[in-house]
Write a protein that binds this ligand. Structure first.
Ligand code: URA
Ligand code: SF4
Length: 192
């Protein structure tokens, strides 16, 4: 399967109730060339309107964080664990995450990222489970560099705070800037 086939599957998906509220599902966007994949939580209002991930306020913060690591939006592929917007931006439910996460697993299998960065708790927990890592809280493991071996490849897994958290907490913003700067120093050797 290619990313385009996945896109047509998601466009007509009705596997969970969120399809009723969406204008556009947000499948993902950006470049898969470098092998850097970012996974957020769920689309917000602007994302639902445009069908693109991280184009609102949190997206502005994300751009700032990326630049701390010496990266541009064009260098990365961005998606979310849930593809349709939950009403009023509430947290996605466990059922919604479970219904939607097979799409993320397909994206992961197609892209085979060399560097996988999760944004926030939900996508972090998904990959902790997938990689057989202990369930640690984001306040403990944000910014850590996990070297993962899968059947098909080796990759660097880095759980980051959700960019929106930086809008509400100065401390998290400082920690995030530091985490992304550290990632920038290390990322080169994983992209060969
Ligand atoms: N927050 C997310 O987690 N994803 C988006 O695409 C936008 C905001
Ligand atoms: Fe399908 Fe995911 Fe949208 Fe639910 S959130 S309808 S599972 S694409």
């Amino acid at each position: 399967m290619e990313l385009d086939d996945l896109k047509s599957m998601v466009l007509k998906c009705r596997k969970c109730p969120l399809y009723k509220f969406r204008t556009n599902p947000v499948v993902g966007s950006g470049s898969t060339k470098k092998g850097i994949m970012l996974v957020g939580e769920a689309p917000g209002k602007k994302e639902d309107e445009t069908g693109l991930p991280f184009v609102g306020k949190a997206g502005k913060v994300l751009n700032e964080l990326l630049s701390k690591a010496g990266l541009k939006r064009d260098d990365v592929y961005i998606t979310n664990i849930v593809k349709c917007r939950p009403p009023n931006n509430r947290d996605p439910t466990e059922e919604e995450i479970n219904a939607c996460k097979p799409y993320l697993d397909i994206q992961f299998a197609i892209i085979k990222p060399k560097v996988l960065i999760t944004l926030g708790r939900y996508s972090m927990e998904h990959f902790q489970k997938k990689f057989g890592l202990p369930r640690e809280s984001i306040s403990r493991c944000h910014g850590m560099h996990y070297k993962i071996r899968t059947l098909h490849s080796n990759l660097l897994f880095v759980p980051m705070y959700h960019p929106a958290a930086s809008l509400y907490s100065k401390l998290i913003k400082e920690r995030s800037m530091n985490d992304w700067e550290e990632l920038g120093k290390a990322i080169g050797k994983y992209l060969k």
